[in-house]
Write a protein that binds this ligand. Sequence first.
Ligand code: ADP
Ligand code: ZN
Ligand code: ZN
Length: 814
Amino acid sequence: MSTLARIAVENTVYHFDKLFTYLVPEELYKTVRPGVRVTVPFGAGSRERVGMVFDLDGQEGEGIKTVLSVLDREPVLDREGLGLALWMKNRYYCTLFEAVKLMIPAGLHFRLKDSYVLSAGFTDFDRENYDGLSWQIIMALRSHGRAMPMEKLSAALGITRDCPEFKALQAGGVVCRVNLAMNRVKDAVSKMVRPIPGFDGRLTPRQREVYGVLCDVGEVSEKELCYFTGASPAVVKALCEKGAAEVFQYEIYRRPEALAAEEDNDDLILSESQQKALEELTEEYENAREGSRCALLYGVTGSGKTSVYLKLIDHVLAKGRGVIVMVPEISLTPQTLRRFQSRFGDQVAVFHSGLSLGERMDEWRRVRQGRARIAVGTRSAVFAPVQKLGLIVIDEEQEHTYKSEASPRYDAREVARYRCARSDAFCLLSSATPSVETFHMAREGRFRFHKLEDRFGRAVMPEVQLVDMNWEDHPGSEHAVGMALGEALIENFRRGKQSIVLLNRRGYHTFASCRSCREVVSCPNCSISLTYHTANRRFMCHYCGYSAPLMKKCPSCGSEGLAFRGLGTQKAEEQLRELLPKARILRMDTDSMSGRYSLERSLHEFARGEYDVMVGTQMVAKGLDFENVTLVGVISADQTLYSDDFRSGERTFDLLTQVVGRAGRGRLPGRAVIQTFAPENPVLGLAAKQDYFGFAERELAYRKAMLYPPFVDLLVIGFVGGDEKLTRRSAERFLQELEGLARGEYAGLPLRVLRPSPAAIARVSGKYRYKLIIKCQNGPRFREMIARLLTAFAGLREFRQVTVYADPNPNRII
Ligand code: ADP
Ligand code: ZN
Ligand code: ZN
């Protein structure tokens, strides 16, 4: 019988994180097992913290502490999950518990808040029936109303969990510990809260705690947030006032199942090329144990890649194994999601941040217990506890959403491959525009490669026209729609067909600048211009959440001559209305689509022909499948082309190919008009020809010449601090230490380090940001060196005010 356990503890810092050894007291022998959560005393003050038991092992040592309690009756992680957490720590420089938290639903985590309520049926408020303390407890809970955390009870009454009166009340059914099964919050939620990331102002401990929870879960209803954290709405209000969170409305908030379609795919018959791909994939799936565990399914837009993996999933399920399907963003792919749900019904569990916490827990449980065998969802779905995992499908594998930009900075594609390797499962990457990294691997023979080169049925690829906007009548004016696109839109409307117009700008983009001093109205905390939102008539910063009401005077010189520039979706919509006064126009952007299901509803209406034109940001570019859309227009293709990032060419090509691919998917041929000021740019030319292979060859040649992935790995070390000089010095010091190790103990590692430089947006939320770019080969020795550097660096007193993090293969170089 082992009496020791090794445990990962919550809220540790990276440089101090490891498995800590604890003594298991005799009464917990039976319940302390790998994969269950416990509470342990931690640190100098021995404060109670949550931990995850990794194994029953460890070294007896001096001052060893004892496990306090066990939180789970059944393990919430299995051996595979625990192994994955260890792998993630090594790979992404996070703490073990951060990795653990990704794998268990947030709701499960909060239950740990030791909170109590009076039992629902309790009515016996007769003072005479209780001793003094018991009565005080009852009154405290009653006046508190909601779940009352133990710490509050202790503070109010000086009791602990083990106090006999308190225990007796629980045994007598008067008081119960809040647990989800008994008191699920489930209603048509409307008031939602989301955090403003990177908030750095002053918060009370309570507010900070709730803010931390918000950052963990993303969007959540206020009700649920209060319920799970035991906070009152006043705390939420205070967070909003301080700019740490914001409240927004969901128009409707329904279970995704309610949206399941009538359609049924029972008689799905594959085309010849689909069938061929399926047969090859099925064979590879069967041989995954010996052969390559990974394959790429390249298929032009509209070729029916989804049909192929629906059939492959049939096969995998028939063999008694489970499936994960990852999609880039749930709101972009309601149609795909519906196809899964109508084909596999209850077998499908959904994972994404639009679900309430309770729903997330339900779905997680259904998968863990094997009741649902297919998990469909966004990035985090890669952690779904699918039993007997057989297949992971990654749809549109090039999408940047698969890489997390907050700690743990994991890449779901890598996690997927790791899980497949551990479970003898098969990983299928699918795309019309695979990332050149993936294409490279497939070409080198490390992945199998399958192609669907024609659209399904009789649909043909659209004809694409590049329009040189330099020759338009009023060049440089802010007229969105040029002549050629204007004519095409009028013609298409006349024929009763639908059009999609993409405004290739991120988000909403109107800024103001001063006519006299030429200053752009900028965020006081960040080195970035503020964006004007007509919806709430405020200037807003997309980085720190700062906002200011519409001003008349220039904040720099005080003169009254602010000019608004840039083209937002609203302006584009206005211009389209002038052009097509009779057309019904649907605007799609984050302003007009505040809730996921309002987006979903709009898409339904568009599909039913209630609109003629859809205009919007990136949101309209991907995944949509409407057979009546025969024209796609792109207003300025150049926007993504000139961001100074090595992936900008790839992103532009991807976006254009995808949006062009929305046209002519049905019986009628489609066309696309792309406006540009750089018609000679080869990326645009290749996108217009929809020549993926030409593009990939060219891009790979460039990456090779410039030494970028896939020819090297990148690691960006980020430095964030309030003092600019200190932040820069910390980056220089890191470089120095790195060079020392690279010349000494780690000599021989292939490595190229660029000099420290300010981040592209050098100041965010009042903090300065520097970066260090390392081109390397991301192997075990390299990671060991970086882990050592990060750990040592955290120990330097001089740089205590600077936060350092490491981001492997980031989406963009910050
Ligand atoms: P992709 O994801 O490759 O762009 P989709 O999977 O969206 O393509 O398929 C394009 C269209 O063709 C969809 O409307 C889909 O329903 C239809 N389709 C594809 N394959 C089949 C099939 N085997 N039988 C019937 N319809 C199909
Ligand atoms: Zn001015
Ligand atoms: Zn800002």
